[in-house]
Design a protein around this ligand. Structure first.
Ligand code: FES
Ligand code: FE2
Length: 391
C-alpha cells in the first residue's frame, strides 16, 4: 500500500470520533488515489448491498436488464415463476455474455457464440451438438446466481454470497419511509449516465441541500432554499443519513413537477407535506423525496474518476400516465441531474491540485459528515482509536 493510501486511511480513521459540526471534507487525494479506490472496491463494492434498479421496471416474466457491478456483469431477470434473480451474464461454455443489450424481454436466452440456451431462471435447457463431450452435464451448467433483495421496490444485489441480509439492516429506514409507500411508485423518467468524477463526490452531493443556493440557483433554490435545510438526527443504525428542506413561503409543496400530485392512499405527516426529504443510504444511494415524487440515484464506480449513475424519477402511476406533467418533469429532472453531473466533473478536475485542502462543512451538510464516518468505519476500521470496525 502506498504512503498516500496509508495517510488517507489514517485520516479516514479520525472521522468517526469527530462531531459532525466539526467535520472537514475528505482530503482531495481520497477522490483520485488508485490504492484507496481498490480498497473501496474490495471492502465496499464487493461486499455491500448495491441498488441497481426498480422491481416494477421488469414487471413481466422474461423482462430483464443488464448491469455491470465492478468486475461482474449481471443479468437481472424476472423468471417465468415471477421471481427476480441476479444471474451471472457469462456463458457457462466459453464465457460469452448471454444478454448483449441493456434490456429486453425473452422467454429464453440464447448465447450468441455457440447457441447454448438458458431459461429465465438461469438453468441450461439446451446445448447444441454436445454429444461426446465427457465433461458436459447439463445440470452443472446453470448460470450462477448473485444475492438479490427487493427493498421498498428497489432491487439490490450483493456480490458477496456471505453478506448479511439487507432488510434487517434497514428497519430504521423503513420507519422513516413508511408513509411514502415507495413500492407503489413507478418509473416516470429513467436515468443512466456516466459522470466524470469520483463516486464519493456524487454520493455526498446527493445527500445535502446546502448546494441548492449555488448549483441549483436557477432550478431548486426558489422552492427549496438552502437556508431551510435541516438535519434529521443521525440514525442509531448508521446505515444512512437524512435531512429535510422546507419549501419557500407560498410554495408549500406546490412546486411544479414535484410536490403537487395527490396521493390519496398516503397519510403524510405535516413535516412530510411541508419538506422535501433526502436519505443517503450507505454506501452509494441517494433518495430525494417530496410527498408526490422521488428521485433516486445509485453511484457505481468505474474508476477513481468515473462513475456510472443509474436512477429514476419515480411517481404515482397516474402521474406517470400524464404526458404533459411528465414532459415538464423530464426537463426539470434532467436539468438538475446535469447540474450535479457538471459539478462532479468540475470537482474532479481540481482534486490533484497541490494546494487543495480539506474545508469545513456547513451544519446543513451533516449527512456528508456521517457518510465520511461510514467510510472511516468501513475502510479504516482497524485504525480507529479504541473503536470496533462497523460490521
Ligand atoms: S460461449 Fe456460450 S455457447 Fe459457447
Ligand atoms: Fe444537486
Amino acid at each position: 500500500m502506498s504512503d498516500v493510501t496509508q495517510r488517507l486511511l489514517d485520516t479516514l480513521a479520525t472521522y468517526p470520533a469527530t462531531p459532525d459540526a466539526a467535520s472537514l471534507t475528505l482530503p482531495p487525494q481520497a477522490y483520485t488515489d488508485q490504492g484507496l479506490f481498490e480498497l473501496e472496491v474490495e471492502t465496499i463494492f464487493k461486499r455491500e448491498w448495491l441498488l441497481v434498479g426498480r422491481a416494477n421496471d421488469i414487471p413481466d416474466p422474461g423482462d430483464w436488464f443488464t448491469m455491470q457491478v465492478v468486475d461482474d456483469p449481471l443479468l437481472i431477470v424476472r423468471g417465468n415463476d415471477g421471481v427476480i434473480r441476479a444471474l451471472s451474464n457469462v456463458c457457462r461454455h466459453r464465457y460469452m455474455p448471454i444478454a448483449l443489450d441493456e434490456k429486453g424481454s425473452d422467454k429464453r436466452f440464447v448465447c450468441a457464440y455457440h447457441g447454448w440456451v438458458y431459461g429465465t431462471d438461469g438453468r441450461l435447457v439446451a446445448a447444441p451438438l454436445m454429444e461426446g463431450s465427457l465433461a458436459f452435464d447439463k445440470k452443472d451448467c446453470a448460470l450462477p446466481e448473485y444475492r438479490l433483495e427487493i427493498w421498498q421496490g428497489f432491487i439490490f444485489v450483493n456480490l458477496d454470497d456471505d453478506a448479511p441480509a439487507l432488510a434487517p439492516q434497514l428497519h430504521e429506514a423503513d420507519a422513516m419511509l413508511g408513509n411514502y409507500r415507495i413500492d407503489e411508485l413507478v418509473t416516470g423518467i429513467a436515468y443512466d449516465a456516466i459522470w466524470e468524477g469520483n463516486w464519493k463526490l456524487a454520493t455526498e452531493n446527493g445527500m445535502e441541500y446546502y448546494h441548492h443556493m449555488g448549483l441549483h440557483a436557477a432550478t431548486l433554490e426558489a422552492e427549496q432554499p438552502a437556508r431551510l435545510a435541516r438535519m434529521d438526527p443521525a440514525p442509531a443504525s448508521a446505515r444512512f443519513a437524512h435531512a429535510r428542506c422546507g419549501y419557500a413561503e407560498g410554495i408549500q409543496g406546490q412546486a411544479e413537477g414535484f410536490g403537487n400530485w395527490p396521493r390519496p392512499n398516503c397519510k403524510f405527516s405535516d413535516s412530510e407535506l411541508n419538506h422535501v426529504y433526502v436519505m443517503g443510504l450507505f454506501p452509494n444511494m441517494s433518495l430525494a423525496m417530496s410527498s408526490a415524487t422521488h428521485n433516486w440515484l445509485s453511484f457505481i464506480p468505474l474508476s477513481p474518476g468515473k462513475t456510472r449513475v443509474v436512477g429514476g424519477f419515480i411517481v404515482a402511476p397516474e402521474m406517470a400516465a400524464d404526458a404533459e406533467v411528465m414532459a415538464t418533469s423530464n426537463d426539470l429532472v434532467m436539468r438538475i441531474n446535469e447540474e450535479d453531473a457538471q459539478a462532479t466533473w468540475r470537482l474532479q478536475q481540481v482534486m490533484r491540485s497541490t494546494k487543495a485542502a480539506p474545508g469545513p462543512l456547513n451544519v446543513r451538510e451533516g449527512t456528508c459528515a456521517q457518510f465520511y464516518k461510514y467510510l472511516g468505519r468501513t475502510l479504516a476500521g482497524d485504525r480507529l482509536p479504541g473503536l470496533q470496525a462497523a460490521e
